[in-house]
Design a binder for this molecule. Structure first.
Ligand SMILES: *[C@@H]1O[C@H](CO)[C@@H](O)[C@H](O)[C@H]1NC(C)=O
Ligand SMILES: *[C@@H]1O[C@H](CO)[C@@H](O)[C@H](O)[C@H]1NC(C)=O
Ligand SMILES: *[C@@H]1O[C@H](CO)[C@@H](O)[C@H](O)[C@H]1NC(C)=O
Ligand SMILES: *[C@@H]1O[C@H](CO)[C@@H](O)[C@H](O)[C@H]1NC(C)=O
Ligand SMILES: *[C@@H]1O[C@H](CO)[C@@H](O)[C@H](O)[C@H]1NC(C)=O
Ligand SMILES: *[C@@H]1O[C@H](CO)[C@@H](O)[C@H](O)[C@H]1NC(C)=O
Ligand SMILES: *[C@@H]1O[C@H](CO)[C@@H](O)[C@H](O)[C@H]1NC(C)=O
Ligand SMILES: *[C@@H]1O[C@H](CO)[C@@H](O)[C@H](O)[C@H]1NC(C)=O
Ligand SMILES: *[C@@H]1O[C@H](CO)[C@@H](O)[C@H](O)[C@H]1NC(C)=O
Ligand SMILES: *[C@@H]1O[C@H](CO)[C@@H](O)[C@H](O)[C@H]1NC(C)=O
Ligand SMILES: *[C@@H]1O[C@H](CO)[C@@H](O)[C@H](O)[C@H]1NC(C)=O
Ligand SMILES: *[C@@H]1O[C@H](CO)[C@@H](O)[C@H](O)[C@H]1NC(C)=O
Length: 591
């Protein structure tokens, strides 16, 4: 009976299998049990979102082209979605884990993500995308290693260390949400955590007693790859290690031109790899610092993350003042120049972010231009909301991708304006009509007084320019047309613009959002819908069997969802893969 079920399954899902065959690439399985635990990172007990009992969650560590399977068990009292920041989900926005494409996983339910990390390498992270949950944790690192046959543009490091930095509130995420929904600002955070832990007590006035801090153990003379991610709510952070150079090597899937920095500004949602050589004499331990940027230092002093770098031959504790943050109060271009100095190593081999030929991006003609302008929060219909080009995005009850699949009308409008609206701001489910195989130029203009970072799912884009003031057509003359970095998350300085180029080769519905959690929660996002006009099933994977249904389609939801990945076990699994191999062989022989 079970076997018969399998055969049926195989016939029905032949197209899905074809996509599996492409490489016969290994599967890597993870179980994520998502629960609340009580933790006191800043000395105040609070509910924190843990994965398998851990905060931060486990690191996903896979290799290019692996098929990643993550069974998520939602043991929270709220809906949940996990999104994989920077993972491109090629041909499958079904796995992107945001409300515009997926129905949320209800409390007490399982949902199994399955996606291939096709042609990707680098440092990424995952987090819960739903209802402000990232402010409570639920995040963790996501590493994609190169395949053995692909060289990396530096010597193999002696160790690989993930460091998650982020601002943190002692109020829980439901309280923070209530504050925002009630029309108020969150105010200053209470601290900065490093790997889920509070600051080392470098100053007895500023840091209370008995706070658990992070210690990174290293050996003298060795070189480590540090993967640093800003997983916080909304604060830009300056990252530095006392007496040590940070040799920048990679960001969000692209190898950079290697350069030393004494400190680097890491904005919300951004990821960097540094190579750090333990070349000091270990007369003491060393401070690792993540301090708030572009704020009044004398007020924000207590909001500083401090961890310890400890050599195995260390002769004592770190002491004295923290290493200085950049002193650029009167030079607002320092941070921007640093951002501009991050360039792509165009000669490094390895998986390309967009393998479909956008490598010489400077010579590709732009097909669509969008100027997206954000403004400080405004009142719309009596609600305090944030906007992008005058539109405050409203998540539809039926996700956009699902609505398309089942022809549900009236869920969204494909009318996102190419230039900011001049009329009064409005609340709408307005989406960008992307041109499949087009080359889109997006200018992000920040009219707010805070740095915002913007992220696009499904893609890496080229960061080609940024400057203060209003963008004009003439600004194109300043674009970097050669080695702009390809990444998925870029900062936009206040009163400034950032220009990005995107090769729309990935079919699906893709989130374009601010990573600053407060602005995002209040509506500063949209989606880019990319449809292949040709009727083919090759450019997008079919809807997964375990797709959840909600909104206008909630009647289609089976009460008990048993997914493909969880229903096939034991001998069944063996049979499944044997048959899969046979089908693959047949297909390849025909070619
Ligand atoms: C990831 O896995 C590789 C082996 O595939 C291993 O060499 C490496 O140490 C792992 N990295 C981490 C951070 O666990
Ligand atoms: C959820 O997943 C776990 C582990 O795979 C399994 O034991 C459990 O039966 C699943 N529950 C549901 C409701 O599918
Ligand atoms: C760029 O990558 C190449 C090839 O791996 C490497 O030899 C070179 O050192 C890198 N250049 C810089 C400036 O990082
Ligand atoms: C957050 O705290 C409030 C009280 O301030 C409480 O009512 C609420 O249940 C808490 N939320 C969670 C997720 O524990
Ligand atoms: C600790 O911080 C306080 C407040 O900023 C400052 O006045 C004091 O000098 C610092 N103490 C040391 C030992 O640096
Ligand atoms: C970076 O700094 C280290 C010392 O910490 C030095 O050995 C190395 O040559 C520097 N690399 C570059 C590319 O400047
Ligand atoms: C170790 O290095 C520090 C900082 O570079 C220096 O001040 C100190 O004198 C050195 N100590 C020894 C024993 O070499
Ligand atoms: C920072 O805050 C302090 C204390 O409120 C104030 O005295 C100082 O003028 C502020 N500095 C700047 C540059 O705004
Ligand atoms: C780009 O446009 C220019 C002028 O319209 C045209 O001459 C050129 O061939 C185009 N390039 C490509 C790669 O299509
Ligand atoms: C969306 O763009 C396509 C071309 O890429 C065009 O054919 C279609 O009419 C557009 N749809 C709307 C609603 O503007
Ligand atoms: C916001 O836009 C207005 C109108 O264009 C302009 O006068 C103002 O300088 C801008 N502010 C910032 C911070 O960009
Ligand atoms: C996918 O396309 C191929 C070729 O056009 C066709 O034979 C196959 O039936 C299609 N599969 C599905 C599930 O539509």
């Amino acid at each position: 009976m079970a076997t018969f079920g399998f055969l049926t399954l195989l016939i029905i899902h032949i197209s899905l299998l074809v996509s599996f065959c492409f490489a016969g690439d290994p599967f890597v399985n993870y179980e994520f049990e998502v629960t609340y635990i009580t933790a006191s990172p800043l000395g105040v007990p609070q509910p924190v979102i843990a994965i398998n009992g851990k905060f931060p969650g486990p690191i996903i560590n896979v290799t290019t082209n692996n098929n990643v399977v993550v069974n998520v068990r939602n043991k929270l009292d709220e809906n949940l979605l996990i999104t994989w920041s920077g993972i491109q989900q090629r041909r499958s926005s079904w796995q992107d884990g945001v409300l515009g494409t997926n129905c949320p996983i209800p409390p007490k339910w399982n949902w199994t993500y399955q996606f291939q990390v096709k042609d990707q390498i680098g440092s990424f992270f995952y987090f819960p995308s739903t209802t402000f949950q990232r402010a409570a944790g639920g995040f963790g690192g996501f590493i994609i290693n190169n395949r053995d046959i692909i060289p990396i543009p530096f010597a193999t490091p002696d160790g690989d260390i993930t460091i998650l930095i982020g601002d943190w509130y002692t109020r829980n995420h439901t309280d923070l949400r209530k504050t925002l929904n009630g029309g108020k600002d969150l105010g200053m955070p209470d601290g900065v955590l490093i790997n889920g832990k509070g600051p080392y007590r470098y100053n007895t006035t500023l840091v209370p007693d008995s706070i658990d801090y992070e210690t990174i153990d290293v050996h003298p003379g060795k070189t480590y790859r540090l993967r640093v991610h800003n997983v916080g709510v909304s604060t830009s952070l300056n990252f530095r290690i006392q007496n040590h150079n940070l040799l920048l090597a990679e960001t969000e899937g692209s190898y950079t031109v290697q350069q030393n920095y004494t400190s680097l500004d890491i904005h919300v949602g951004q990821s960097y790899s540094f190579l750090v050589t333990m070349d000091q004499n270990a007369s003491t331990d060393y401070y690792i610092v993540a301090s708030a940027r572009f704020v009044n230092e004398s007020i924000w002093k207590r909001v500083t993350g401090v961890a310890i770098l400890r050599y195995s031959n260390s002769k004592g504790k770190a002491a004295g003042p923290l290493p200085d943050a950049p002193n650029d109060e009167f030079d607002k271009t320092f941070s921007m120049n640093q951002a501009r100095s991050i360039r792509w190593n165009v000669s490094a081999s390895g998986a390309r972010p967009n393998p479909q030929g956008s490598f010489r991006y400077g010579s590709i003609n732009v097909t669509d231009v969008y100027v997206l302008k954000n403004k400080p929060a405004v009142m719309i219909n009596g609600k305090r909301r944030t906007t992008l080009s005058g539109i405050s995005f409203v998540n539809p009850a039926t996700p956009i991708r699902l609505a398309d699949q089942f022809n549900v009308k009236g869920v969204y409008k494909l009318d996102f304006p190419t230039k900011p609206l001049t009329g009064p701001p409005r609340m709408e489910t307005s989406v960008i009509n992307g041109t499949y195989r087009g080359f889109m130029e997006v200018i992000l203009q920040n009219n707010d007084t805070k740095v915002q970072t913007y992220h696009m799912s499904g893609y890496a884009f080229f960061v080609v320019g940024m400057d203060y003031g209003e963008w004009t057509e003439n600004s194109r003359g300043t674009y970097n047309k050669w080695d702009g970095i390809a990444r998925s998350t870029t900062q936009v300085f206040p009163g400034a613009w950032t220009a990005i180029l995107i090769s729309l080769d990935n079919v699906g519905v893709w989130n374009l959002r601010t990573e600053n959690l407060d602005s995002w929660h209040l509506g500063q996002e949209t989606y880019v819908r990319v449809v292949n006009p040709e009727d083919t099933n090759k450019t997008e994977l079919p809807i997964p069997d375990n797709a959840l249904f909600c909104g206008a389609l909630s009647k289609m939801q089976k009460p008990e969802d048993i997914s493909l990945a969880t229903s096939i076990t034991g001998n069944g699994l063996k049979l499944f893969f044997t048959l899969l191999m046979m089908i693959c062989t047949v297909i390849f022989n025909f070619h």
